[in-house]
Design a protein around this ligand. Structure first.
Ligand code: SF4
Ligand code: SF4
Length: 280
């Protein structure tokens, strides 16, 4: 198992995966059936989460308030619809060339996918799609920060993921034991609309506990601080990475050296702007 896992990981990194994490099926015990990879592929023995980093420069237009489309072109549509699915396609080839079936999964947001009726009694209605944030935590890649974004120790909030469900029995990665989010509260303070609750709630994924604020998604839809609609499904939560909350988190993590990825210049070099002129 160890040798196969090392071979698969090396193959995935070789085709351009910046992040690779593996979870066993038991880490999905208790999730809703329409998010359980075993409903997607009952013979599944592993779920692999693969990711590519979002270039920090793709957020520069939002940070300066001078360009919305760069992020969309390279970190939104570009990464979500082309670069990461292309990586995922090649990842299926890595696994299937070794004789294992690999089910490629596009990370549609949870709750937006019912598209039919069960094909038989006792079956789950299509479409079953695992929640990618849950899967990334279950695969040991990071944690959910107070802001509700998935944070990894290398890139903070800057990455996109796809998933592969496979019958290859791979060695699961340990859960991420450290913490990227230090509960600084900058994401709350810099949200111009009070959409993140002051009091966090404890959530748990595969035994890992995290403190996360509740989110008023309706406020995010008309935020105006740089958010983009969800590329995977317009009904899903808006993409908040380039919004005031996501950029506040990124600026904080870089300023405090809380992520491994470091740059010569700080992310935030001027006072941030806010829709209407001021933060709350
Ligand atoms: S997207 Fe806007 S409204 Fe929503 S949490 Fe972020 S800053 Fe607040
Ligand atoms: S801004 Fe601070 S509290 Fe919010 S998610 Fe980032 S590190 Fe956590």
């Amino acid at each position: 198992m160890r040798e196969l896992t090392a071979r698969v990981k090396e193959g995935l990194r070789g085709i351009g995966a910046d992040l690779v994490g593996i979870a066993g099926p038991d880490r999905f015990d208790g999730v809703p059936p329409n998010q359980d990879p075993r409903e997607l592929f009952p013979e599944a023995r592993s779920l692999i989460v693969i990711g590519r980093a979002i270039p920090r420069g793709a957020l520069r237009g939002q940070e300066e308030g001078t360009n919305w489309s760069m992020y969309n072109d390279f970190a939104g549509v570009g990464l979500c619809e082309y670069f990461v699915p292309s990586l995922t396609y090649h990842a299926t080839r890595v696994l299937e060339d070794l004789g294992w079936e690999a089910v490629p999964v596009y990370p549609h947001p949870p709750g937006t996918q019912p598209q039919g009726v069960p094909v038989a009694e006792g079956r789950v209605a299509p479409n079953v799609v695992p929640d990618v944030r849950y899967a990334a935590v279950a695969a040991g890649l990071g944690e959910i920060g107070r802001c509700g974004l998935l944070l990894t120790p290398r890139y903070g909030p800057l990455q996109r993921f796809n998933m592969l469900v496979t019958d290859a029995a791979l060695e699961p990665d340990p859960l991420f034991e450290g913490s990227v989010c230090d509960q600084c509260g900058e994401c709350l303070r810099q949200c111009p609309h009070g959409a993140l609750s002051e009091e966090p709630r404890e959530i748990e994924i595969a035994g890992k506990r995290m403190l996360v604020s509740d989110l008023d998604v309706a406020r995010c839809r008309s935020c105006g601080s740089g958010e983009r609609s969800n590329v995977y499904d317009p009904e899903g939560e808006p993409d908040r990475i380039p919004a005031a909350c996501g950029r506040a988190c990124l600026a904080h993590l870089h300023e405090r050296g809380l992520v491994e990825m470091q740059y010569r210049m700080p992310f935030r070099v001027r006072e941030p702007w806010f829709p209407g002129g001021e933060a709350r």
